[in-house]
Design a protein around this ligand. Sequence first.
Ligand SMILES: Cc1cc2nc3c(=O)[nH]c(=O)nc-3n(C[C@H](O)[C@H](O)[C@H](O)COP(=O)(O)OP(=O)(O)OC[C@H]3O[C@@H](n4cnc5c(N)ncnc54)[C@H](O)[C@@H]3O)c2cc1C
Length: 402
Amino acid sequence: MTAADKVVVVGGGIGGVSAAVALAKRGTEVTVLERAPEIKEIGAGLQLGPNAGRVLQDLGVMDAVLRTAVLPHRFVLRDIYTGNEIYQATMGKEFVQRYGAPYTVIHRADLLDALLEVALATGNVEVVTGKEVVAVEQTDTAAHVRCADGSTYRGDAVIGADGLRSAVRRLTLDDSEPIRSEYVIYRGPGPRPEGTEDAVMLFAGDEIHLMQYPVQGGELLNRVLSFRSRTAAPGSEEWATREELFERFANTCDHIKESLHTLDLETRWVQFDRKPMAGWSDGRITLLGDAAHPMRQYLAQGAGQAMEDAVVLADALGSGAADVPAALAKYEEIRYPRTSAVQENTRFFGEMVHLGGAGAILRDAYLGTLADNDYSLAQWLYGTDGVAPPRVPGHMDIYSKS
Ligand SMILES: Cc1cc2nc3c(=O)[nH]c(=O)nc-3n(C[C@H](O)[C@H](O)[C@H](O)COP(=O)(O)OP(=O)(O)OC[C@H]3O[C@@H](n4cnc5c(N)ncnc54)[C@H](O)[C@@H]3O)c2cc1C
């Protein structure tokens, strides 16, 4: 029994399509409305921790994912200037047994294709593209959306999975601007140099980093390069230019310097997040994924958290829920503490990655004491045993930096 026979999902990204799969598998009819002319992801990679892996397994998507995903055998932190290894965590059999799912790295388009394939195979999901939702309303018995072309859709519930600049969020909760980071992102998959390990490798330096891992069956190497630029307002022409990039990476190790020449330096990505804000669920309308809790990328959890949302949402609406508003309130009550902790801690983790001077010396000395199979730092995030998330000290300080 489910409280909602028909649900409208706004947004056909990873969060929206995951929600469609989770709801459809429980017998709900789902209409996904996507603004773009086709369901498509940007050309970059994605890491999925075992918490997201468990969702993929639950949703029956893992087999499709494994057609192109790579299972890295370790996570490595290196000094970006010397190339020396600071810390490693193995992610083999012991890791998989402990967390019940592997760590996977995948091209975003491949993940979205896999989710869509499973969604459509349920027979309960209709995807309509070219539909920009511009209004959302509700009565005691239903929720409605209106699209820019004048068409309307009705459901027992409406899920706003429409990303960082969510229209559903703006219309129901909050119309503020997200926070822009001074850290620029250059990213994308490129040729995989011979001898590159099947590993997630993070090269950390003083307000700079480079992350790399293989995607597309190991054929390509995805890289994400970032540095804090203070030259101009984030996103403006003069901000984080190619010249500044080469200057900031001038004293990095040879591997990194060589990487710069094969990385796509055409597009500079601005990174955004928001402070946690409760109130996603308003009667028959709720938010999911980046619409609800956009976060910085340092813990590689934005998509994973959206996928976790999807399962909790479908469970709340299913399993004998009394009514839709109660089920959506329950969904937020379960998810808010977890997603807030990830939003805050991902900023904190970013600060740790970008330490310089004595801070970096202390970080490296501590991490150097950990065994390869000591996953205690990530237990709160990946585990199922209820380990509390790290309490972020000086909460306001974390958001005082952009
Ligand atoms: C550099 C970087 C690296 C990252 N790395 C990772 C990682 O390794 N692992 C991880 O888990 N996460 C990662 N993330 C985060 C992750 O990309 C996002 O959290 C995730 O894609 C959010 O999915 P979503 O479906 O909520 O939103 P989106 O992907 O933004 O999807 C929203 C969809 O809604 C559509 N839409 C928008 N407005 C409307 C409207 N009005 N009507 C209809 N449709 C609309 C959009 O076209 C889009 O298709 C990273 C982010 C960045 C920036």
